[in-house]
Design a protein around this ligand. Structure first.
Ligand SMILES: Nc1nc2c(ncn2[C@@H]2O[C@H](COP(=O)(O)OP(=O)(O)O)[C@@H](O)[C@H]2O)c(=O)[nH]1
Ligand SMILES: [Mg+2]
Ligand SMILES: [Zn+2]
Length: 240
């Protein structure tokens, strides 16, 4: 999955703090860790972030479930209370960091060079390039994928996953590890529930089967329904 590794420069362009949105965020190429012990590396990063006083949250989902849209809504409700930064990870493109920057959110784009997940060392490379010392909360939007992001501990204090209604209510049964490692399941796009056979109780039940402690919140990032509850959850994690 890392076929394109090495084809790209060590670091992308470094731009000035003024200018267009494109010029106001940096893009860095993160390289896969050479360490074999990702879990140990993740624990070290978690400890480091704790000492620094910055909460790192890892947001995972399949592509298009609404990670960026949800984050924009949640951050809009928290920006007066918390200093927030977003690390957008993608195999390529600057689309999400540009959306964040245009909305006035401090953001950095991480390119994984074709890798379909981030490991702890890649996350650390992002954290160091981003400069997070003055932030209360950093949210990592992981690469869109329900499989391996769940297998690689990034060093985040909390894991959150989004499942959107059109994807179907059977996903916790098909991708159990994702739900096992997450502290919060956000079910998004409830505005389209009338058009799908999606059972809200069934999905919550299936997720809790994998992780009895998982919290489940239903939202529409489009209409704003339920976003306040998600914002409160994020705030509780930071304050806790
Ligand atoms: N109907 C509806 N569409 C949504 C909702 N949230 C996101 N979308 C749309 O879903 C698409 C993917 O959203 P995006 O936030 O880019 O997903 P990501 O790939 O997970 O970051 C976009 O066209 C959004 O406008 C929602 O609650 N309801
Ligand atoms: Mg996105
Ligand atoms: Zn992967």
């Amino acid at each position: 999955m890392d076929r394109r590794q090495g084809e790209r420069p060590e670091e992308g362009r470094v731009n000035s703090p003024s200018g267009t949105a494109d010029e106001r965020f940096r893009t860095i190429e993160v390289k896969r860790s050479i360490l074999d012990d990702n879990d140990r590396d993740a624990d070290l990063l978690r400890e480091q972030m704790k000492e620094q006083g910055t909460l790192l949250i890892n947001l995972m989902s399949s592509p298009g479930s609404g990670k960026t849209t949800t984050l924009l809504q949640v951050i809009d409700r928290l920006r007066d209370q918390l200093r927030i930064g977003v690390m957008e990870a993608d195999i390529d493109s600057d689309v999400d960091a540009r959306r964040m920057t245009e909305a006035g959110v401090k953001s950095i784009q991480l390119h994984t060079g074709g890798m379909c997940h981030l490991d702890a060392d890649m996350t650390r490379q992002g954290i160091e390039a981003f400069g997070t010392k003055d932030l209360d909360l950093v949210i990592l939007e992981n690469v869109g994928n329900l499989v391996c992001p769940a297998e690689f501990d990034t060093g985040a204090a909390k894991n959150v996953t989004i499942l959107s209604v059109p994807e179907g209510d059977d996903k916790p049964l098909k991708y159990p590890l994702m739900y096992q490692v997450c502290d919060l399941l956000i079910v998004n796009k409830i505005d389209v529930l009338p058009y799908f056979d999606f059972d809200k109780e069934k999905v919550a039940e299936a997720a809790k089967l994998r992780n009895p402690d998982i919290e489940v919140l239903f939202i529409s990032a489009k209409t704003g329904e339920g976003i306040d509850e998600v914002a409160k959850w994020f705030l509780r994690q930071v304050r806790g």
